[in-house]
Design a protein around this ligand. Structure first.
Ligand code: ADP
Length: 319
């Protein structure tokens, strides 16, 4: 039986984490379980930086981006001795179980704690949509909306100046933000880890579009693929377009969560509490075919990435 539950957010933050914190808190309190907020991820856990939560502690946070608990990275948490220490601290504070909201690194920490007898449940909180075991992560929808708004604005000004905008979006080795926004914004070219990078091919395609008489072009590129500023310079030098690069950066992580993210986070938070109450630990929660599901963290982490071939094919058919 669980008497006291801890909740923390870890790794990169994402819009909707607060909705998950609220849902976990309220569902647990409704089950007669005490709730403790843990500040700054595993770092706060090691430092016993705990805040007792009541119903009011999570009032008016649903619409706020970021995480009221703060997030941090603690690379030392990979060391068994540090996880042992975390278990000791949890036991001293009579915290029986944890909900960890974060990415796959955070999931690994949750699994390590579960292996030592503290049941943990992971919730997928990241804008990148790069976690296997779920169709969508908390924060992806909001980040996509942010990217779409930015690219729409860039298109307005690009068409006034016969410009090609090269827009770098986040993704952490996952092309979802790029290909979804490419479809939603009608981009001319999308470059992701899945498509690979062929600079000459991009330049050739832009020359072709220029010859067709297009007065603007949008190229959306996932982060860590190329130097977008350098590519923009080459576009100016070798095509009829004036190339300009924009790195959207951390703007994509902020903002009020979309209704879809708020509902997703609330559903996942409820599921986390139900799993812990029924004695399950070491699982992560996901959404598949609009059903909230859970599966062992190890299984989720070793699943192949869902294929986006159909989305890339659609993108190609629409340009
Ligand atoms: P994300 O959770 O978004 O993938 P990170 O990979 O930075 O972000 O992981 C967040 C935190 O999770 C790390 O700072 C560390 O404290 C913990 N963590 C990451 N990998 C492991 C691991 N293999 N074992 C235990 N804890 C880990």
């Amino acid at each position: 039986m669980i008497r006291k539950l801890g909740i923390l957010t870890s790794g990169g933050d994402s819009p909707g984490m607060n909705a998950a914190i609220r849902a976990v808190t309220r569902c647990a309190l409704g089950n007669g379980i005490e709730v403790v907020g843990i500040k700054d991820g595993y770092k706060g856990l090691i430092n016993a930086d705990f805040v007792p939560f009541n119903k009011g502690s999570v009032s008016e946070i649903l619409s706020r981006g970021g995480t009221i608990l703060g997030s941090a990275r603690l690379p030392e948490f990979k060391e068994p001795a540090v996880v042992d220490k975390a278990c000791e601290i949890l036991r001293e504070n009579e915290i029986d179980a944890l909900v960890v909201i974060g990415g796959d690194g955070s999931y690994r920490g949750a699994k390590a704690l579960t292996d030592r007898g503290i049941n943990c449940i992971g919730l997928p909180g990241t804008i990148d949509n790069d976690i296997t075991g779920t169709d969508e992560t908390i924060g992806f929808d909001t980040a996509l909306q942010t990217v779409v708004e930015a690219v729409d604005k860039l298109r307005d000004t690009s068409s006034s100046h016969h410009r090609c905008s090269v827009v770098e979006v986040m993704g952490n080795h996952c092309g979802d933000l790029a290909v979804y926004s490419g479809i939603a914004c009608g981009a001319e070219i999308v470059v992701t880890p899945e498509t690979g990078y062929d600079e000459e091919d991009i330049l050739e395609r832009l020359r072709y579009l220029d010859n067709l008489g297009k007065n603007h072009a949008i190229v959306i590129i996932s982060e860590k693929i190329c130097d977008v500023e350098g590519l923009a310079r080459k576009i100016s030098a070798t095509t009829g377009f004036s190339g300009r690069s924009t790195v959207l950066g951390h703007i994509q992580r902020g903002g009020s969560p979309s209704p879809k993210d708020r509902v997703l986070a609330s559903r996942m938070g409820e599921k986390a509490v139900d799993l812990l109450v029924s004695g399950v630990g070491g699982h992560c929660v996901g959404i598949m075919n609009n059903e909230i599901i859970s599966l062992p963290i190890n299984e989720a982490l070793s699943m192949p990435k869902t294929s986006r071939k159909a989305l890339y094919r659609l993108f190609d058919r629409l340009v």
